[in-house]
Every structure is written in C-alpha cells, then in structure tokens.
Design a protein around this ligand. Structure first.
Ligand code: KIV
Length: 273
C-alpha cells in the first residue's frame, strides 16, 4: 500500500536521504519498536523509522536509556524490519556496545545488522567516538550520528535540559558534526539544542540533519511516536507537537469495552460462532 502522501514507493536508502536534502525535501522520521506500529508508520509514508533506545523508556518504563541491552534492541529492530517495506530502518546502538573500544563496537554493530536486518545504525557522540564510527563505516555499515542531548550520557550531564546554549558547547557541537560528516556518517540527529544552531549545522554540512527539539531550519524531524500520538499524557516538552490524543481515545475505547463486558453487552449474537 502506498503512503497516503507518497507517490514514490521505492525503498528509501541513505543516498535518497542525501538527495532529499539537496532538493530541499524535508525528511520525516519517527521511532517504532514493534511490528504493528512500524507497519502503520510505513504505510503512512514515513521516510525513516528509528528503533530508538528510547524503547527503554517507552516500552520498558526505565527512567533512562542506560539499561537497554543489545539483545533487546535486536528484538525490537527485528520486529520493525519485518513490518517496513519502504522507509529506511535505523537502529540505535545501545549504551555500552561501542564505548569500550572500536573492535568491540564493530563486532556489536555487525551483530545488530545481521540479527535484526536493519539498514543503518545510530551512535551518540562526537570526536570521542570518531574511531569506532569510522571502523563501523569501513565495515560497510551506514552510520547516523547523534549530538546535542545524548541521553546515554545523562548521568554525566545530570539534566535533560537544552544543550549547547553557550558558545563553547555550540562550537564543540559544530566541530563534532563536521568530524562525523568527514568520518562518513550519512546523517546526524541533533537533539534539544537552540534552533539557530540547528540551522547553522544544517547549512554547513552536506549530509541531512534531523532534529528533535532543534528547530525548523534542519533537514528533517524525528519524534518518539508514542509522544506525538499523545499516548504519554504527562510528557509535554516545548518541542513536542501532539498530532493525536490517543491517551483519551484508548481510555474511552477500553472504558467502553469494560462497561460492555460488565453488562454482558459484548459479544453480541453477531459476534458469536
Ligand atoms: O532513542 C531515541 O528515540 C532517539 C530519538 C530521540 C532521536 O534517539
């Protein structure tokens, strides 16, 4: 089935994302962690799907992404890969799988690619992870960078607040982004930084910059799907636009089911064998 806004049904590649930037066509990306949701997102015409390690928060209820394990990412990524026909599928390398040394990082990257079937990987960090980024790309695996708020380092930052507000951190972010591009990354996610800085990075780099809380001057946007569908009632950061209120809809739907079951109004005669 074609996405309802999409005429070109060919599989999206990293090259295609690059062409989209060149043509000024914005890139729409969301997270997914399971088969059913990923299938709907793909059929709705999304360009790229991210199996974010935010699965730790959204699917497992942890307060950070630090506990996420490689086996759990592979499980989520495999479920998404089996659903998606068109969108580019990018999987996060979880905390601890690429920070120890480059050789271990490459082994883990190959394992995620082979066992999940995803198209590309995302790693958090700049200059400090450049060696492992290069080695993974040398192994033939496309890498998306991730700068700004990098949740795997939350225990170092101590806050989920906006990053790179001061000049020194902004300059470091720009040089990290350039280093990632030079290392061969096909794209970079910028999370929770001033909009102006997002625009500068997007202009100075030729690879697509995907923002989450990074303003409207970047080349595309990514959000956590449960957040943008309004399932996470108490989560209302400034950068988030809720396109649905699924929390209320699910409460209503489930409430009606409970009431029907209690009153023996479900199943009806037509719903029985
Ligand atoms: O894990 C995740 O969902 C992410 C996005 C917020 C970009 O990295």
């Amino acid at each position: 089935m074609a996405g309802y806004l999409v005429e070109d049904n060919r599989k999206v590649t990293t090259l295609r994302l690059r062409e989209m930037k060149t043509k000024g066509e914005r890139i729409a990306m969301l997270t997914a962690y399971d088969y059913t949701m990923a299938k709907i997102l793909d059929e709705a015409g999304l360009d790229a799907v991210l199996i974010g390690d935010s699965a730790a928060n959204v699917m497992a209820g942890y307060s950070t992404t630090v506990p996420m394990k490689i086996e759990q990412m592979i499980y989520h990524a495999g479920s998404v890969v089996r659903a998606v026909k068109r969108a580019l599928v990018v999987c996060d390398m979880p905390f601890g799988t690429y920070q120890v040394n480059a050789t271990e990082g490459v082994k883990n990257a190959i394992r995620i690619m082979q066992e999940s079937g995803c198209d590309a990987l995302k790693l958090e960090g700049g200059i400090e992870i450049i060696e492992v980024v290069k080695r993974i790309i040398d192994a033939g695996i496309p890498v998306m960078g991730h700068l700004g708020l990098t949740p795997q380092s939350i225990n170092k930052f101590g806050t989920f607040g906006v990053r790179a507000k001061d000049e020194a951190e902004a300059q470091k972010l720009i040089s990290d982004a350039k280093a990632l591009e030079e290392a061969g990354c096909f794209s970079i996610v910028l999370e929770k930084i001033p909009a102006k800085l997002g625009g500068i990075v997007s202009k100075e780099l030729s690879i697509p910059i995907i923002g989450i809380g990074a303003g409207n001057e970047v080349d595309g946007q990514v959000l956590v799907v449960q957040d943008m569908l309004g399932m996470n009632k108490g989560f209302n950061p400034k950068f988030l636009r809720k396109y649905e209120d699924l929390y209320s809809r699910i409460i209503d739907g489930v409430g009606n089911y409970v009431s029907d079951v209690k009153q023996a109004a479900f199943p009806s005669v037509d719903e029985q064998y």
